[in-house]
Design a protein around this ligand. Sequence first.
Ligand code: CU
Length: 252
Amino acid sequence: VETMARKWHRRDLIGLVIGAAGGAVLGPGIWEPIASVGAAGATVAIPGDYYIPTSVTIEVGQAVTWLNKDSDPHVSTSAPGAPLTFTLVHVPGKPSSFTFSKAGVYPYYCVDHATYNMKLHRVVARKESDLFPIAMEGLIVVGGPELRGNPSASVTISRSAYAPDVDVVKTGGKVTWTNADTTEHAVTIVGTGGPALALPAGKSQSVSFAKPGVYLFYDQRYATYNPKVGLAAAKKGAPNYPVALQGFVVVL
Ligand SMILES: [Cu+2]
């Protein structure tokens, strides 16, 4: 099983720059996005009730192939809001593919092991799934002319949820997190090598993303990171449990 870290193990020394709100420039960090952008096609393994890797990137017109290595069948479907809808049955031992004809970011999940909460706009793990509270969900980034990264993006933290939970910026683009809650939050960005962004109530912090790829961010107070699947797990008692306070930054 190929780990995401191995897939994109960059040790280029790129500074993690905290924007004006933070007022500090951190030392060089180790940038290891969990998926690179612009790979030729992609394969996702299903070893159990989870996807490896969680995030894959392809170009428009290319396919993602899933290989179900589990003894159970799985059924992947695009989450509401995806540029195109798809549903794919994964029979044990058989590969299944879907060709993406439209660029964009596609969150998806397995309907057998997760549900979609329309209020939270998030995938929710079913109790009987292997890695509960981690949901069987993934992210497919389809590059193309219709998918353009913004120079900057904003994430608002409200009621212990990120809005939006997927942001797309261009290389060098800046993402700003603003805590609209009355409680403190801390945003940890996996793969940047930087410390967590401390966000007392009402505060903002910005990070510029120097390397293309997909980055996971989560709140270390309410979730832990599971490097095996590249997703965060909600801590018991966290708001919105079993949904973890996590999101993705896609850097093109
Ligand atoms: Cu499943």
